[in-house]
Design a protein. Structure first.
Length: 716
């Protein structure tokens, strides 16, 4: 019964062919299975790309795992960030769910929770014997054994778990674990896409709600300048509806002359990643150009990449109209100010010249008469003229301050000599019944001030004390050092002041309302001017007083850092002019250049001891007389309409034969910017109208004594 060798060889050959056929059939089935799995994965990938419904996509993935792995149950759970638990979102299979459970697990709880916590794939041959499987009783009831699970990863985060159960023992293999990993990756992509879609939807809804609620035009464009968003504000401003604007290049509202700047601004915003604001114009649907400000801001993704440009447009039409109206009002105000300044300047000249003659002639009348009553009347005439001239000068100063044209000569000066000079200027003009007392303790202590203005401040305060002391009395002037300041006070025995009145006393055009004060007259600008002049010099002023007892006005000036020993030199305490009683022009030849004929007559009377008094009324007459006569002194009115004072002065100082003749300016602008210009041209002296005979004699004496010193110092 034994097989022959030939039969054995035949059987062996048949067995080899059968084994080969079986292997080929197995390989075919494996290839077919792999192709089927790839087809399913490809279908899932397309579905995920085309469908953003997360629940539908997760259900399809669970179904695919059930089919491809031949399982009895598939579950897909996602991590809920609020509770930090795994919550089932999709399931597929023929196993009934356990009673009283929702397949919800905390991180680390059970097998599924451990996969989510560790991120490690898991394959269990029999869950019924695994102590970590939380639902072992339910598995035994349904005959479940094999378990396989893969985590869903997004970068370094675990966002869920995909797991399968089978009734067959040790059913799943490593290749199944690999396939389940591919499905888990697809699920993770689906979760990411869905979340991005939800975030984008929420952002779009929020943006639309914000953009829709604002009245400002908002336009969002892509990087290629296509309009992505056009809100109702943009519709109202430009006239284009949303449907007309969306998708169009933004160029349809950008004028050609602004296109280059608009593109350059967009490029800068993209490159720098920061907003940029600029003013421009934009074209409306009806063709009109509207002025706007535009703020362009980059719209960036989570990686900081600029995805679009958001523009907030603001209509400037009303603002431009208001700006134009404001500019016109400003120009009107400036024109009114210029007209006011011109009027005041003309008023100053037209009033000052005749008043100067009146006050001058009253001086001559007072000095030459032997009749006491005539002398008293002449003095009253002079005081009235001076009062009017002071009012004019105060108005001019306020105008200069308001227009920023008041020139100050700030330097170091000792305060007490300035106080004495102011007192001397007013001492002989005090009405009857007034007495001046001084208590000057500042000595040679230096302050920073304009000495001329400081003297003016003190004179105004002295005049104010006289004005508000109808019954006369003592006026006390004090000076003292107070830390880094010098305080000067003027105290009177007048009508006094209440606290309520003190609060508004320094307001412009403000006067006390009491009957006696109101009868004092005035424009209410003196104290306001004093306050303004002090403020320009770094000083301040305040008042104290009692109704019916008197008032004390105190002002301060800042101390200088310069040594007090230099005060004498700074204040011009050098060679003295002619002694009291002498007339420095005695025997001298004097050329008077003045447009007002009466003024020439006044000077002839005042300077009658002069050797010759020559007159000229125009620029050419003055220049010719100076070159021909070579006078010892020239007196010229800088404001003479036909004389062009500054131009003539420049010509006189440029000619060799006339440049050495001392020249004294007679001008109402002696305290203003005119003084600076004249000094730069080389003028030697200044006299202010109306002429004070004492001050006039001192100034002419100073100028002529300087000329005599120069002559005597020349070598023989």
């Amino acid at each position: 019964n034994a097989f022959s060798r030939g039969q054995i060889d035949l059987l062996t050959s048949i067995a080899q062919h059968v084994g080969s056929a079986v292997r080929n059939a197995s390989l075919y089935r494996m290839a077919e299975q792999r192709a089927s799995r790839l087809l399913v994965l490809n279908r899932l990938s397309r579905h995920i790309t085309e469908n953003l419904s997360l629940d539908e996509t997760l259900g399809n993935i669970a179904h695919a795992a059930y089919d491809l792995l031949g399982t009895d149950m598939t579950r897909l759970s996602l991590l809920d960030e609020g509770s930090n638990r795994l919550v089932q979102r999709a399931a597929y299979g023929n196993v009934p769910a356990p009673q009283g459970t929702d397949f919800s697990f905390a991180l680390g709880e059970g097998v599924t929770g451990r996969v989510a916590l560790t991120g490690e794939p898991t394959l269990i041959p029999d869950v019924q014997s695994d102590p970590l499987f939380r639902l072992a009783d339910w598995a035994r009831e349904n005959g479940l054994h094999s378990y396989i699970a893969q985590p869903l990863r997004q970068g370094g985060r675990i966002v869920g778990v995909l797991s399968c159960l089978s009734r067959r023992l040790a059913f799943f293999s490593s290749s199944d674990l690999e396939l389940l990993g591919a499905l888990a990756s697809q699920a993770a992509i689906a979760v990411q896409n869905a979340r991005l879609h939800d975030e984008e939807k929420r952002s779009r809804e929020f943006l639309n709600s914000v953009v829709g609620d604002t009245s400002d035009p908002i336009v969002i464009t892509s990087l290629d300048r296509s309009v992505l968003l056009w809100n109702s504000g943009a519709e109202e401003l430009y006239g284009y509806s949303e449907s007309e604007a969306l998708g169009r290049k933004i160029d349809f509202i950008v004028p050609a002359d602004d296109a280059a700047r608009q593109k350059a601004t967009v490029r800068r915003v993209i490159a720098e990643g920061v907003p940029s604001t600029y003013e421009s114009r934009r074209r409306c649907k009806d063709g009109t150009l509207v002025p706007v400000t535009i703020t362009l801001s980059p719209v960036q993704n989570e990686r900081g990449e600029v995805m679009a440009i958001a523009g907030i447009h603001k209509d400037l039409s009303e603002w431009k109209r208001a700006e134009q109206a404001l500019q016109e009002a400003k120009e009107g105000a400036e024109a009114a100010n210029r007209a006011k300044s011109i009027f005041l300047s003309n008023l100053n000249h037209e009033l000052r010249s005749p008043l100067n003659v009146v006050t001058g002639l009253s001086d001559i009348l007072r000095l030459q008469t032997q009749d006491a009553e005539i002398a008293r009347v002449a003095q009253k005439i002079r005081e009235a003229g001076e009062h009017m001239l002071h009012l004019i000068e105060d108005l001019l100063d306020l105008d200069r301050i308001s227009t920023g044209k008041l020139g100050l000569q700030i330097r170091d000066a000792a305060i007490d000599p300035l106080v004495r000079a102011a007192i001397e200027a007013r001492l002989h003009h005090l009405p009857e019944g007034f007495f001046l007392e001084t208590d000057l303790r500042a000595g040679d202590f230096l302050v920073r001030c304009d000495p001329t203005r400081a003297r003016q401040i003190l004179i105004n305060l002295l005049d104010n004390s006289v004005k508000y002391s109808p019954t006369g009395g003592v006026i006390r002037v004090r000076s003292e050092r107070r830390g880094g300041e010098v305080w000067v006070s003027v105290q009177d025995q007048g009508i006094g002041i209440s606290p309520d009145e003190a609060g508004r006393l320094f307001d412009r055009f403000s006067q006390l309302e009491s009957g006696e004060a109101h009868r004092g007259g005035g424009l209410g600008i003196g104290l306001h001017l004093v306050q303004q002049l002090l403020a320009l010099q770094g000083g301040r002023i305040w008042v104290e007083g009692t109704k019916g007892v008197g008032s004390t006005f105190t002002f301060s000036l800042p101390a200088s850092l310069q040594a007090a020993s230099q005060a004498g030199a700074e204040n011009g305490e050098g060679a003295r002019p002619a002694a009291e009683g002498e007339e420095p022009w005695e025997g001298a030849s004097v050329l008077v250049l003045e447009g007002q004929v009466p003024f020439h007559g006044y000077l002839k009377m005042l300077m009658r001891s002069a050797g010759r008094l020559l007159s000229a009324h125009t620029e050419e007459e003055g220049l010719a007389a100076a070159r021909k006569e070579r006078p010892d002194l020239i007196l010229m009115d800088l404001e003479a309409p036909q004389a062009e004072g500054l131009r003539l002065l420049k010509r006189l100082k440029s000619l060799p034969e006339t440049r050495g003749i001392p020249t004294v300016a007679v001008s109402s602008e002696a305290l203003g910017a005119e003084k600076d210009r004249c000094q730069r041209l080389g003028i030697e002296g200044f006299v202010s109208k109306p002429i004070d005979p004492v001050a006039f004699r001192l100034e002419i004496g100073r100028v002529l004594s300087g000329r005599r010193e120069k002559k005597t110092s020349l070598p023989a």
